[in-house]
Design a protein around this ligand. Sequence first.
Ligand SMILES: Cc1cc2nc3c(=O)[nH]c(=O)nc-3n(C[C@H](O)[C@H](O)[C@H](O)COP(=O)(O)OP(=O)(O)OC[C@H]3O[C@@H](n4cnc5c(N)ncnc54)[C@H](O)[C@@H]3O)c2cc1C
Length: 522
Amino acid sequence: MTTAKSYHSIIIGGGHNGLVCAATVGRAGKSVLVLEAGSELGGAARNREFAPGYNVSAGAHLLHALPSELARDLDLPGHGLKFAGQSLPTQALSTVGKPLRLGDRQVDGSELSAADIAAYTRFSTAMSRYAATLLPIFQSVPPRLVIETWAQKFEFMKLAWQLRRLGRRDMRELLRIIGMNMYDLLDETFASDRLKGALALDAVLGAEWGPRAPGTVLTYLYRLAGMAGGKGLGVAQPLGGMGAVVAAIAASAKQAGAVLRTSARVKRILVENDRACGVELESGETIRAENIISNADPRTTFLSLLGAAHLDTGFVRKVHHLRASGRAGKLHLALKGLPNFTSIDAVALGDRLLVAPSMDYLERAFNPSKYHEYPSEPALEISIATVRDPSLAPAGQHVLSAVVQFLPYDAGADRDRNRAACLEAILVVLEQHAPGIRNLVASAELLTPFDIEQEFGMTGGHWHHAAMGFDQFFFTRPVPGAAQYRTPVDGLYLCGAGCHPGGGVMGIAGRNAARRVLEGAR
Ligand SMILES: Cc1cc2nc3c(=O)[nH]c(=O)nc-3n(C[C@H](O)[C@H](O)[C@H](O)COP(=O)(O)OP(=O)(O)OC[C@H]3O[C@@H](n4cnc5c(N)ncnc54)[C@H](O)[C@@H]3O)c2cc1C
């Protein structure tokens, strides 16, 4: 069956990037249709009732990278987006004493020396300044490496100018550290193991390597750039969970005229005369459009939906070799009451909590994943969202979610047993901080990267759809020939986390892709 109506743009996937893209195209007065495979919109940014009455942000649980001007442009507050908390401090938990409390420029903790406290202010100020330098790069469409026009030359000049503006001393320091690993940089800056552990976890959250890997200073700066170099919302908890962010973006897209369909899985992208011209759904329905924009990850888009026959072999090889094996898992606990974390009071339980007592702890948690094994003591980023937003669970009850680093992509026959053993190991770690928490657990769920792939349709279960290494970054993200959101096939674009600037709930890839489509790329 062919649907008679033809659209300006079809977007494959209703993740938050697909929805931002739809809202942007719709606001330009163009007809746009979003086709989402799942029964709900939002992809890895949606909510899920994982146990009766207990709602959780199913993938992403803390918002830190959504640009405020994007929220303003799409009028997300007007479409219901509210926050249960903004600029949440980070509490680096301890089993023996008070935690460290990390704020924007200040760190508190009785175990810290005066030298470390002063060094933190210097370090966070300098890193935010470097991140602010990267911000325009972070938010823009990467320029092409082949410079043919004055406009392209201008893009490069803008990049150089950003760096130059830092001044000679800072520019030299940024160039010294940017290729370093976070382990060495933190070791030369601080003495406290817990402080170094907390900062190092920020560099590797969602990544597939430990703090000793080259490029981890870059990923740390990247995280800060996503936080607008310290001028954004900070770490925020959306009221109603991450699903509320998606609901607001979807409402904005609808108001702009976008048609949003769920349970509409695209089976293949149709190509005529070397140009993408429509899609065929699993139901057999075909729909035509001038532009096809894929929010699905690059491997799914090129190898499953488009097909290698439409691409040259060199390009297909690059897509095959794209590194996209996730190592972040997700824990959800339904709790019959508020757990008693011995080191912090009940109010601070609503902050961002970290179990990353040292960089060596992180390295030890990372090492087994290299051999497809599970860590015995995983690193955790915990949010107990119900402390600030009781609407997510039945009265008096709570939901704890945690990003769990580093779990292997395990599709093996023993995966159920391995997952259960890993859940047990996490509960042992949590018991050390909150004795008795195990007795409060009404229901528990651990998603490994394999489960995340199944649940959200992200190849490899990777947070960023593709690793954020130097080789898959900016000009070359996801692969050379498909940066700048366009692809080797005319009329086919990418708009998801696999594009620049990568994953995280920020909508920049969706917005940039829409702009490329509207300006008619090429
Ligand atoms: C465990 C975990 C924790 C995370 N925590 C955080 C966090 O705390 N903060 C943060 O900022 N980020 C976090 N992230 C990262 C963030 O969730 C993702 O980077 C982001 O949601 C990606 O958005 P997207 O729209 O690009 O892609 P996705 O969310 O992956 O959306 C893609 C959509 O395309 C759909 N699709 C795929 N194939 C088809 C098809 N054939 N037909 C139709 N539809 C299709 C999928 O169903 C999906 O809805 C986390 C990720 C994970 C996995």
